[in-house]
Design a protein around this ligand. Structure first.
Ligand SMILES: [Zn+2]
Length: 263
């Protein structure tokens, strides 16, 4: 069986397991209801607190594509301006990362809260507690990889309609200009994507870390680098993956992936 088929199978199984309990795909969830999801998630936040008792520093072993993680730290399910995107993924313990990467991402959300107090962000999959293969991702093995959901606009205004559908978000399809295939009025907010990446690179550097690589659908680079923050990213020399297999390229239309590394 080839990789593409296995990926499809995996996600199909997730889809089946999700369809009975996940939010209604068609429901038009607003930012207000996204915040309500937060207040309804106290139970899952308790899980985060109970699991996060390890004080030992994290250790990332090997590479993002072949590695493991010692003393992985679970990411908070939500904060003032962010939510982890899928309870199923969280409960399956796929939201662990290294202490440094957790700090970088949290500090990034703090900066975004200052810059855009009206916006909400969704974090996607991270790593297993002890790292290793996080099927079907090719990387995410040593606690240094993170997936970030694309922020979206509908007719120019922040839109969260597609952000609360859980794991199914990975299935969404956007065209080469970042417009949602089923409603072209919903489009990726490329300047905010670029700003988020820029902030993450700054927060990483403050802690002696850096962005090793960003993976985003190759066709989006024109849109991204045309924005104000996109130009800053280019000036800063942040590395974006240059070549991707069709499978990997296609799946990075609804989220961007970042690998971090120590400077
Ligand atoms: Zn990823």
């Amino acid at each position: 069986m080839n990789q593409a088929f296995l990926s499809t199978l995996f996600f199909s199984l997730l889809f089946v397991s999700l369809s009975s309990c996940s939010q209604n795909f068609e429901s038009k969830k607003s930012l207000t209801s996204a915040k309500k999801v937060n207040t309804d998630s106290l139970q899952i936040q308790q899980f985060y607190k109970s699991e996060d008792t390890l004080n030992s520093p994290s250790e990332s072993i090997g590479t993002v594509g072949r590695g493991s993680l010692k003393n992985g730290k679970i990411f908070p399910f939500y904060g003032p301006n962010f939510t982890y995107f899928a309870q199923e993924s969280y409960r399956s313990k796929r939201a662990y990362t290294s202490d440094a990467v957790r700090r970088i991402i949290l500090n990034g959300y703090d900066q975004l809260l200052r810059a855009h107090p009206d916006r909400h962000f969704y974090l996607m999959e991270l790593s297993h507690q002890k790292g290793g293969k996080l099927y079907p991702h090719h990387t995410h093995q040593n606690g240094l990889s993170a997936d970030f959901m694309m922020p979206k606009l509908k007719s120019g205004k922040p839109d969260y309609t597609l952000d609360t559908i859980g794991l199914m978000h990975y299935f969404l399809t956007f065209d080469n200009e970042g417009r949602y295939e089923k409603d072209k009025n919903i489009a990726i907010d490329f300047n905010l994507v670029a700003e988020h990446i820029y902030i993450l690179s700054q927060e990483a550097e403050k802690l002696g870390w850096t962005i090793e690589k960003v993976i985003i659908k190759l066709e989006y680079k024109d849109e991204l680098f045309a924005t104000t923050y996109g130009q800053k990213l280019q000036k800063k020399g942040i590395y974006f993956a240059q070549r991707l297999s069709k499978e990997v390229n296609d799946i990075h239309d609804d989220h961007f992936h970042i690998d971090f590394k120590k400077q």
